[in-house]
Design a protein around this ligand. Structure first.
Ligand code: C5P
Length: 306
């Protein structure tokens, strides 16, 4: 797996927006051990990026701040490559050609950080390859394939505000969730999702109350009554999460919460300027942390058309 300079020369590129769990309620457990969740999810303009170019043989390259973490592991373990391989098998089965590609991943999101980096990469790979190969799969088959890659991949495939139930496969798109200025903070400590779920003491908490909120203020007030049930076990395994939350609380955020199984926490702000100032102050105070000011992803391409 080679390291390369960036996205120039790729015929198609696709954003892989970070996933934010605005709320995550654990509501039960399946016989196979997977936890049943109710989640309120949005995506951010900040994320990874996947590029594609035709090639003689399959290739995979990486760039970006967090590429070195992935370079250390086996390329075969990368979820983007698993997505490519599963999609190719499904397309060949229906008689659609899926020729070799050079797949490039710009890794801007910290690894194992609760904001769906690997899942976002897999979902973006599916979207960009379907476009590149001018191919399609029946919607239910594509959703199944995404779920095989990971519980968060189906929602990352949609990359729109939504409520997710089950283990993340029952999705309801929310048309009226407002866009928020967001600051993401990660203390650069990786957290293992299975470890957090194993430490969960209560496996049946109250579900997410159905919200009919309209407007940012009503949504904020609805979200304040929600939780992330994985925060408690995550703070035991990774106590620095408390410090991250405290810094975000002090930075003028209207709502502070951990995303997914951590350790990334986020703050929501009233204005883009407030988020930008908070991120600047946090970066100065904690240069050893990952800090980024962003906003909700609106379905457009933050880097312009490919
Ligand atoms: O699906 P994904 O690979 O992200 O899940 C990683 C692990 O987290 C699972 O193997 C499982 O132990 C745990 N998990 C869970 N319930 C979920 C999602 C993940 O227990 N809904």
């Amino acid at each position: 797996m080679a390291r390369n300079q960036g996205m120039t020369g790729f015929v198609q590129t696709e954003p892989a927006p970070a996933k934010i769990n605005l709320a995550l309620h654990v509501v039960g457990q399946r016989p196979d051990g997977y936890h049943l969740l109710d989640m309120l999810v949005t995506f951010t303009r900040f994320g990874d990026r996947v590029g594609i170019a035709p090639a003689e043989a399959d290739r995979f390259t990486l760039s970006g701040r967090f590429a070195p973490q992935l370079q250390d592991g086996p390329a075969s373990g990368n979820l983007a490559l698993k997505a490519r391989d599963l999609l190719r098998v499904a397309l060949l089965r229906q008689g659609t050609a899926a020729p070799p590609v050079h797949l490039h991943l710009e890794k801007n999101l910290p690894v194992a950080s609760g904001i769906g980096g690997g899942s976002a990469d897999a979902a973006a790979t599916l979207r960009v390859l379907l476009r590149h190969w001018r191919a399609a799969l029946p919607a239910a088959e594509l959703a199944d394939l995404a779920l095989q890659l990971g519980a968060d991949v189906p929602m990352c495939l949609l990359a729109r505000p939504l409520v997710a139930a089950g283990i993340g496969e029952r999705l309801t798109v929310l048309e009226d969730l407002p866009s928020f200025p967001i600051v993401l903070v990660n203390p650069l400590v990786g957290v293992s999702t299975p470890d957090i779920f194993r430490r969960l003491s209560t496996k049946e908490n109250p579900p997410l109350a159905a919200s009919a909120a309209i407007g940012a203020a009503a949504w904020l007030s609805a979200m304040r009554s929600m939780r992330n049930d994985l925060e408690e076990p995550a703070r035991v395994i990774c106590p620095v999460i408390d410090a991250v939350r405290t810094e975000l609380d002090r930075s003028g955020a209207q709502l502070v919460r951990m995303s997914g199984s951590g350790a990334t926490c986020f703050g929501l702000y009233g204005t883009t300027e407030a988020a930008r100032r908070a991120a600047q102050a946090l970066e100065t105070a904690r240069p050893d942390w990952f800090v980024v000011a962003t906003e909700s992803y609106d379905g457009g391409d933050p880097h312009g058309a490919a």
